[in-house]
Design a protein around this ligand. Structure first.
Ligand code: MG
Length: 163
């Protein structure tokens, strides 16, 4: 008997402002830099975009509905917690992660040497292999707020499946 595999796909996008005096947390890793992202949680823009991609794939709304930034419980919290919760929801719906692909748009800092470390942390959190996550880094060619180094944006796509 053939078992049918069901695929679903979701996208996520997030942007946070950079300010002096905040730690820069990307994918659960603190990156040495003179500025960090501003937000209610740790403002981990990578984890937020992936969380939205996973929630999107199971049609469960967005990160703001599940983890409102008005909730004091989420103040300063590690955004890896949001990924853990998204993974739990995914499993409750009978799905597994096939792969995740993300694009980071940041003028600075250069993230090339951090990509593997971030991938390892995300893979560990989402309980998948490092080969199921890809990270692409881009600058904004000096254009707009990202190009001026005022913000970092991330887009993510996630494919999930059940069989
Ligand atoms: Mg966010």
């Amino acid at each position: 008997m053939n078992q049918q595999t069901n695929f679903r796909i979701g996208t996520g996008y997030d942007i946070h402002r950079l300010e002096i005096g905040r730690p820069l947390i990307l994918g659960g890793i603190e990156i040495p830099f003179e500025k960090g992202l501003v937000g209610h949680s740790d403002a981990d823009v990578i984890s937020h975009a992936i969380c939205d991609a996973l929630l999107g794939a199971i049609a469960l709304g967005d990160i703001g509905e599940h983890f409102p930034d008005t909730d004091p419980n989420y103040k300063g919290v590690s955004s890896l917690k949001f990924l853990e919760k998204a993974l739990t929801l995914l499993r409750e719906h009978g799905y597994k992660i096939s792969n995740i692909d993300i694009t980071i748009c940041a003028e600075r800092p250069k993230l090339g040497k951090w990509k593997n470390i971030i991938k390892e942390k995300l893979a560990e959190t989402l309980q998948i292999s490092i080969t199921q996550i890809n990270i692409k880094g881009k600058t904004n060619e000096g254009l707009d707020s990202i190009g001026r180094g005022e913000a970092i944006a991330v887009s993510a796509i996630a494919l999930i499946y059940s069989n």
